[in-house]
Ligand binder design. Structure first.
Ligand code: CTP
Length: 414
């Protein structure tokens, strides 16, 4: 379904990010979508019903037990009359209520009673987001079919830094479009066959940096944040794939609905990949250290006779090893090329040297802000040629990649 003809029921929860939901409503309206708003009592501490009413151009629903509201449009009709339910900001409390089927107020009743797809944009303090209870709730809700966008990393209103910031309105808008494209009226029960462009496919992804120990307390690392790999895992899971993400050390929450294997070194990453295969698609998004150190068993001490000499050994190339498999080679093997100059030229050379099917090439020079940032300007390179993508949020790059892979697999089936 197109955004221009969609009816969105927006539930605004209580969080400082609620102000961004006002912008979301404006952008939805600009694109022709109709928005009805539900404001929770906590949400009303951050934005007023009047601003939401002015922006949606309609009534704002706040109370489960309002006689006039129920007479005009009861809560069941509210959800029946929508194509998609969006919760933004989705607070820890709203997610907990939804995960446990509580229905003591209008928002939670709507969430429990709906047969429509739900997209949640979580926003909360990072410790609340990383708390095992919230992560359990998010995993349970994803298994029940709820889609998630964000949260993003960043500095928070509470002064801390980390995951918990609500996704930006434009990112939520893109997620709404994706959710509408795959919207089914009845959410799938947990354990039922998944739907989506990669349903029934297995995807293995490496992500993040590796840490190569020098001695028991020191290591060699790189600046990879793992954001692009995590975003690909989320996008592949949202497309219905069975996803295993093998991640080096990152400061990110595990993506919901994805099996995550945490590793430190390149050798650990290689053996985790071998255990996770076979798969239909292998995506090497990790910034694997090219060399490991012959690590000292004890902490190196200053000896007075100059710095120690580190003896480096080349690490196995995980991407090249998977692409070269004789048995059970994934149908599509995708590599990344992180370059600081002659991006396309080097990436093309990597495509043929590593014998992969596709390369996502990007410029990671410090001026690009790609390493650790939230955006990426990527080029999709295959034997057929180069597709240049504009600078996009990493989530959108991930969705485009997943769509390109699904299209290729579908093409091969024909
Ligand atoms: N890669 C890998 N195992 C390695 C090194 C790299 O799987 N030991 C994968 C990365 O995950 C990425 C691709 O290879 O998908 C390219 O990584 P990159 O660091 O850009 O290239 P290098 O192989 O290091 O080549 P170069 O040194 O020429 O840049």
């Amino acid at each position: 379904m197109e955004l221009s003809s969609a009816r969105i029921l927006l539930i605004v929860g209580g969080g400082i990010a609620a102000y961004k939901s006002l912008d979301l409503v404006r952008r939805l309206r600009e694109r022709g979508a109709q928005t009805r708003a539900v404001l929770t009592p906590a949400g009303a501490h951050f934005v007023t019903p009047l601003s939401l009413a002015a922006l949606t151009g309609g009534k704002v629903y706040e109370d489960l037990f309002s006689l006039t509201d129920e007479a005009e449009m009861g809560h069941i009709e509210l959800s029946r009359d929508a194509d998609l339910i969006v919760i933004a900001p989705a607070t820890a409390d709203l997610l907990a209520k939804a995960a446990h089927g509580l229905a003591g107020d209008l928002a939670s009743t709507l969430i429990l009673a709906t047969d429509k797809k739900i997209l949640a944009a979580p926003a909360m303090n990072l410790r609340m987001w990383l708390a095992p209870a919230t992560q359990r709730n998010v995993a349970a809700l994803s298994a029940d079919g709820m889609a998630f966008i964000g949260p993003n990393d960043g500095s928070m209103a509470c002064g801390e830094f980390g995951p918990g910031r609500m996704a930006e309105p434009m990112e939520i808008l893109a997620a709404i479009e994706t959710a509408l494209a795959s919207a089914t009226s009845i959410p799938l029960p947990a354990g039922a066959a998944k739907s989506g462009a990669l349903a029934g496919r297995r995807v293995v992804i490496t992500s993040g940096p590796t840490h190569e120990p020098i001695d028991p307390v020191r290591y060699i690392a790189n600046r990879s944040s793992g954001k692009q790999g995590n975003a690909i895992a989320r996008a592949a899971a949202a497309a219905g794939a069975d996803v295993t993400l093998i991640s080096g050390p990152v400061a990110l929450a595990d993506p919901p609905g994805v099996a995550v294997v945490h590793v430190e070194t390149a050798l650990e990453m290689l053996s985790a990949v071998e255990r996770a295969l076979p798969a239909d698609i292998f995506i090497a998004a990790a910034a694997v250290a090219d060399w490991r150190v012959e690590a000292a068993p004890d902490k190196l001490k200053k000896s007075g006779s100059g710095p120690p000499k580190l003896s480096l050994v080349e690490n196995p190339d995980i991407l090249a090893a998977v692409a070269a498999r004789k048995k059970q080679r994934p149908t599509l093997v995708v590599g990344f090329a992180a370059e600081t100059r002659n991006v396309i030229e080097h990436a093309k050379a990597k495509l043929s040297r590593k014998k992969c099917d596709l390369i996502i090439a990007n410029d990671v020079s410090p001026e690009s802000g790609v390493m650790g940032g939230d955006e990426n300007e990527a080029h999709l390179i295959s034997a057929a040629g180069v597709e240049n993508w504009p600078r996009l949020p990493k989530d959108e790059v991930a969705r485009r990649l997943v769509a390109a892979l699904a299209a290729r697999l579908a093409e091969m089936r024909r």
